[in-house]
Structures are given as C-alpha cells and as structure tokens.
Design a protein around this ligand. Structure first.
Ligand code: BGC
Length: 768
C-alpha cells in the first residue's frame, strides 16, 4: 500500500513540473481535469477511507470525521478537498466519542424508513430529513448515505426497517421527499442500494434474477421516481448481482438506464466492499469505489495502461466527481459546528414518529386512555425501547426514551412493582448479554429475551392497576435476514404465554389489554391478534420512541399512520417466500462460506418468480385473506369520502375527493388512490397505487378536498417483448380508498388512444 502511494506521489511530482496549476472552482472543471495527472484522476475514483472495526463496529476511518463511513481523496495542489460520506437512513452515524476529546458527538436517532413511509406524508418526511441534513452538515458530512429504498419483497429481509415499502410508487415518492429534505441543506444523499438487494443472505454474491418487466415496474420504478423527482447527488450501487452481473459493473444499468434514459447527473459509488472487476465498474459508469483500497487504484491504472479503460471514460467519471465536489460543504470550506440542535431534533422525532405509527386494532374504543390510569407495563422492551435496526442504519444516540418514561411524562402512572421487576431483569440481562450469555445482535442494539412472568404475579398486580400494556419487540439488521422461526417471525412461547395470561386475568376483571409492537419488519399477527383489545404498531420510531407511543396511547396524537406493507396471514402466503432464504440451515451451508458446491438456490441466486406480483399486487389479484392489508390503519375518529372526481389534463388527470372528519376527535387521513386498468391490455394486478395524499388535521365536522395529479406514463405497464411502456386506451377505475381493502369512492378516467414509450432493450434475464 505504501509503495503505491509513494509511487503516485512520485509520478505526480514528476509529471506536473511545467503544467499550470489551476485551483478547482465551480466554472473551471475542464481546466482542472486537463491539469490532472492520470494518477490524480484515478485517486479521485477510489475512496480514501479504509474499512476497519472500531469497538466491534465495522466502520470507516475518515481523517475528517471519526466514524464516518467514507471519504474521497483530496488533491491539494489543485484545490480539490476531500469530502465525507456518512451513514445513514435514520440519522448520522459517526463515533460518539473521539480520542483525546472530552466532547461527545451523539446524533439524533430519527424514525426509520418504514416509519417515514407509514406516515404517507411527504411534506413531513421532507421536514424530518431537512433536520437530518442539517445535522449531517453540522457534523461535517457532505453526503448522507441514505435513503435505503429497496423494495420490501419479503417480510424477512433483514434490512426492511431501513426501507420504505413493498410498493414502488410509495417508495419512490418517499425517497424523493427524503432526498429533497436532505439536499435543501446543500448536502447530498446516496439513494441505495441500486438495485435488487432484497435479501441480506449472501448479499455480496447473490444473483437476483428478475424479469425485465418486474425490474422496470417494481425494482427500478422507485429509483426512477426518486431520480426524476428529486435529482439526488449520488446513487449507491448494490453488492449483489442482477441477472448475472454485479450491479456496480453493469453499464446497461448505470449508464444506459440511469443516465441516458432517466437523466441522472450525479455520481455512482459502490457499496462498501472491494470486488474484482474494478475495470468493469469504471467502464459501467461507477465513478467511485468505496471505501477504497490500493488494489483498486492499481487495477484502474493497469486498465488504462492496457487499454481496457479508455482515458475518455476516466475523464467522464472524474468530471462527474469534480462536478459533485464543487457542490459540497467541504468545497465551500464550511465551518461546521459539530453541535446540531439535538433538542429540536428530538422533538421533531417525537412528533413525526407518532405520525408513522399504525393503530391495528382498537375494540370498544380501548384507546385513547383517559390519562389518569395506572398501567401494568409488561414486556422487556417497555423498559428498553428499540429506536432503530442494526448495522449501518444504526445511530449512536445519547439515549432512547423508554415507554415507561414516555407514559409517566404524559401523566400515566406505571405500576411500580411491575416496573421494579423489569428494571432488575433489564439490568441483569444487559450485563449477561455483554458477556454473550443471553440475547445479542451483532452490530446493533441487543434485544433482551423476554422475561418469564408467573400468572400469580399478574393476578396480584391486576387489582392494583386499571389496564395492562405489553410491548413485543424484534430487531434485525444488515448482513443477515430474519428467520421463519419462533421468536422471529412468530411469537415465542414466553410472549404468547404472557399475552394469554395477562389477557385472561385482565379480561376476567373487565379490564383492557393493549399490545405495542416495537418491530422493524412484519411479524405474524393472525394467530394472536384476537387476544388483546388494542394493538399499536410503533415500528422502530427513533430515540423518542416511548414518548411517541405514549402520545398516541393518551390521545395527545390521533394515530394516522397506515401500513406501507402487507401483514400476511402466513409467511408462505407471500409469493416470494418460496424463493427466499427462509431456511436458515440451508443458507448456512454456503454462508458464511464453509464450503462451496453447486450454486445454492436463494443463496447463490434468487429467482424473482413472482414477477410483478409483489406484496398487495399478489394478495389483491388472488383475493387472498391477509392479516392486515396494505394501506390499513385506524384512527380515533372516522372519515367520510364524498364527491369523487376526475379531471382530464394534457398528460393524464387530476383525481379529487372530499374528506370529512365525521367523528369527535381531530385527526388526519391518508387518502390512497388505486387504479384498475381496463381489460385487454397487458396482464395487470387488480389494482395499483398511483397516488396518495394526507389531509391536514381536520377538526370534527371539518372537510377538505384533496387532489392528486396522475399522469398517463405512471399508468403504463412494461411490455418486455416490445421493450416499451404501454398505457392502454379504455376506462380506468379510479378508487379513493382508506386502505386497499376499504375503497370509499370511485370515479372513471377514459383514455381515448393507447400510448407507448419506447425504451432500450436492456437488463434481460438470460439465465433461468
Ligand atoms: C451498507 C451501506 C452503507 C455502507 C457504509 C454497507 O455495508 O450496505 O448501506 O452505507 O456499508 O457504512
């Protein structure tokens, strides 16, 4: 390594002798490019940080900001600064402490991607990410490696918590809002992971085999929307292969599609790993190799020398790097404070997370509480809340608000005897988990095993309390998928027993039981959802999680979140499950690589056999029962929909509907617009989400007419035989819905002539 750097330094010195030395400015990029030596150019294409393990956490070693994941190379003689790249989707991930420095650098753990999507509120998302971007800038970051926006193809993907939805339209719109919020601050995003990274098992090698139609309509559509709507500074290519090629080395993907078709102007960087085939990555239009290694520098230099990479290609990629660099705070020599307004951001987290929580059940108006109750608070995570998932999406936050604290701050009494038992258990289990005796989750917050509570204890506490709340939690994260086993997708025996015992005791006394789900991804709910009186899906709502939950439980906030993903009855109802590495034993055969035999299905390659029938597209078209449908979520009030209308425009239509708060509590409604296409065109799902809007807070009796623009292109399906998007003529049913299974009003849109958009015949699936 030393040798290469010395060599570059020497060659650089030798070749610059007589050349003029322009300093980089916004308007002299060509001059700077012309003044650069080949070695300097190549140095800009390979990240400067190196992958290290710090306190057991894999991270970058950037010279500017400790714990940031990546950095680009500086070239001082040309006035090119290094720039800093940091995770991640739920807030800035840097080291909270620094050697020889007494200050702390904690960041805000904002709500995870699934929470943001469940708000169905793009304005709110933009407000949250505006604050996140401010924080990034205040910590000296130029690009936040976010949002994670892969499609939640299967409930068990370990990183679903970072991602938005099973639906590409919702995912794309959320990513666009997210991007706008961050970039308003003059720092960039890196939308990731482009693309086909829908499982974590063997993510570095797995080949995602996807039909052209499913690519275009599902797995690329969300990225297309984000790129076209929000102009992200950077895109991160994924680790995996897609249809036989690493995405980072696929020119059809990174150049023909992303740049030529969609008009992307920024840089593409790899995800964090050095792969063979760096030459192909450069030629594909992958501008930056992260986190960077000397091996990659050598490979690129060799590639240029032996003609495998043209100088023109190098210049194209370097030009894009320079265009990126001149936009950054580092280039502007921004003096960052390292002191973001953590208090204001905590408050924003508290408010926004509450908007993304989904009330799944509320029999007999169990909720909201009156606020003067005494609650028996069960479940270990009630006292040790989970803010976000594990891996690079984790944030080093100063604290996580527990549900106990949240409730008490909102004036609810928490039964002390119950709390004492749990607090002691949490202390014991946390210590034991540090010694690896119990629980444990690599590179993330440890999830403590549930405490066994005797029915005798419950019976004793019941007379002292007015109701019981039980928190059930799950955590998962980068590098592995969740498992179809008890305690992961389904409840453990201990959890079931606790729920049943508490419910038996409290129901016998005419008292209510509420379940709070502090989870990052979908779990099985069908078998137990009849037991409690109310269920609040809190997801992983950031550092103020316990406060946001309490605000809903006591009715300070009327829940308005809705599901961005379907909760199936059974895991195997989901069509992707048969092609998902749910069988952990099987994936262990190959990963982590004990021996290599014939390629293992769902480990070495995964067939996306379900095609476009992902999530609700499948459940609706098949008419299958689900536990909770896409778009579902209750409120403390009710809404009436009236006056549906569709007005044609030059390139589509505007859909309008009036929503009235027909109940007694102020609240907001996420209105969804699904469209059913006329028959006679390509085979299509029975309906698809094409628009959504969240009302303002409506007072009882108040109405709002909401409108959404939908264009003809977004109604199109992809005909892979003709390589073109097609919108058939005929009558489209426009459905105004409270959830996909709760259509309130319909209108019609008539398209008189069919429309087509020809595109490149690329990314074909050759190997079956
Ligand atoms: C993850 C990325 C992350 C990067 C840098 C990778 O392992 O897949 O999402 O941005 O690390 O930490």
């Amino acid at each position: 390594m030393k040798k290469t750097l010395t060599m570059i330094a020497f060659m650089t010195m030798a070749s610059i002798g007589a050349v003029a030395q322009p300093k980089l400015m916004k308007d002299n990029i060509e001059d700077v490019l012309n003044a650069m030596t080949l070695e300097e150019k190549v140095s800009l294409l390979v990240g400067k940080s190196r992958f290290v393990i710090m306190n057991g956490v894999p991270t970058g070693t950037t010279s500017k900001v400790e714990g940031a994941a990546g950095e680009t190379q500086a070239i001082e003689r040309l006035g090119i600064p290094g720039t800093v790249l940091s995770d991640g989707p739920a807030g800035v991930r840097i080291s909270p402490t620094r050697k020889g420095d007494d200050n702390t650098y904690y960041a805000t753990a904002f709500p995870v991607g699934t929470v943001l999507a469940s708000t169905w509120d793009t304005e709110l998302v933009q407000r949250v990410t505006k604050a996140m971007g401010e924080e990034a800038k205040d910590f000296g970051i130029d690009v936040l490696l976010a949002p994670g926006m892969n499609i939640q193809r299967n409930p068990l993907c370990g990183r679903n918590f970072e991602y938005f939805s099973e639906d590409p339209f919702l995912s794309g719109k959320m990513a666009a809002a997210y991007t706008k919020g961050i970039q308003e601050n003059g720092v960039g995003v890196s939308i990731k992971h482009f693309m086909g990274n829908n499982q974590e098992t063997n993510r570095n090698e797995v080949d995602s085999r996807i039909s052209q139609r499913a690519l275009r309509e599902i797995y690329l559509k969300n990225f297309e929307i984000a790129v076209k709507d929000a102009d992200p500074w950077t895109v991160m290519s994924s680790y995996n292969k897609m249809n036989g090629k690493y995405t980072q080395q696929n020119r059809e993907l990174l150049t023909t599609l992303l740049r030529d078709e969609w008009g992307f102007k920024g840089i593409v960087m790899t995800d964090w790993g050095n792969k063979e085939g760096t030459v192909d990555a450069v030629n594909a239009g992958n501008d930056l190799m992260e986190p960077g290694s000397d091996v990659e520098v050598e490979r690129i230099l060799a590639g240029v020398r032996n003609g495998a990479i043209s100088e023109e290609q190098i210049d194209t990629n370097v030009r894009r790097m320079l265009e990126y660099i001149v936009k950054t705070p580092s280039f502007a020599n921004y003096h960052f404070s390292s002191k973001p307004d953590l208090k204001a951001h905590a408050q924003l987290t508290r408010e926004s997370s509450a908007q993304g929580m989904v009330l799944l059940k509320n029999d007999e108006n169990t909720l909201p509480l009156k606020g003067n109750e005494t609650v028996a608070l069960y479940g270990v995570t009630s006292y040790d809340f989970i803010a976000g998932g594990a891996g690079s999406g984790q944030v080093n936050t100063a604290y996580i608000r527990s549900l106990k604290d949240g409730l008490e701050n909102d004036g609810v009494r928490v039964d002390e005897t119950t709390a004492d038992w749990y607090s002691k258990y949490v202390a014991y289990a946390t210590a034991a988990s540090k010694n690896n005796e119990v629980g444990g989750l690599f590179w993330g917050k440890t999830v403590l095993p549930e405490m066994q509570v005797s029915s005798k204890f419950i019976t004793k506490r019941e007379p002292e309390t007015d109701l019981a709340v039980i928190t059930i939690s799950r955590n998962a994260g980068e590098g592995s998928d969740r498992k179809n086993v008890e305690g992961d997708f389904t409840l453990t025996q201990t959890e079931r027993q606790l729920l049943q015992d508490v419910a038996d005791t409290y129901h016998a006394a005419g008292k209510k039981v509420i379940v709070v789900l502090n989870i990052g991804g979908v779990i099985e709910t069908e078998s137990w959802k009849s037991i409690p009186d109310a269920i609040l899906l809190a997801w992983q709502p950031g550092e103020e999680g316990g406060a946001s939950v309490a605000d809903i439980l006591v009715g300070k906030v009327n829940p308005s979140g809705k599901l961005a993903v379907t909760f199936p009855v059974r895991l195997f109802d989901n069509p992707s499950t048969k092609n998902f590495p749910f069988n952990y034993e099987m994936s262990q055969r190959r990963w982590p690589g004990s021996f290599k035999k014939a390629p293992v299905r769902n480990v070495d390659y995964t067939n996306y056999e379900e095609g476009i029938y992902v999530g609700y597209r499948y459940f609706e078209t098949k008419g299958l029962d689900v536990s909770y449908p896409f778009g579902y979520g209750l409120s403390y009030t009710t809404f009436e929909y009236s006056s549906p209308a569709v007005k044609a425009t030059s390139d589509g239509f505007v859909a309008m509907v009036t929503v009235k708060n027909a109940g007694k509590t102020a609240g907001r409604e996420a209105v969804q617009i699904y469209v059913t296409a006329p028959s006679g065109c390509l085979d299509k799902p029975s309906c698809e989400l094409k628009g959504f809007v969240k009302t303002k807070e409506l007072l009882p009796g108040e109405s709002q007419t909401v409108s959404v623009k939908i264009d003809n292109y977004s109604l199109a399906s992809f005909n892979e035989n003709a390589s073109r998007w097609e919108t058939a003529d005929g009558v489209y049913q426009v459905k105004f819905a409270a959830s996909i299974r709760d259509v309130r009003q319909t209108a019609k849109y008539q398209l008189k002539k069919p429309l087509v958009w020809e595109v490149n015949d690329i990314l074909a699936l050759k190997e079956k």
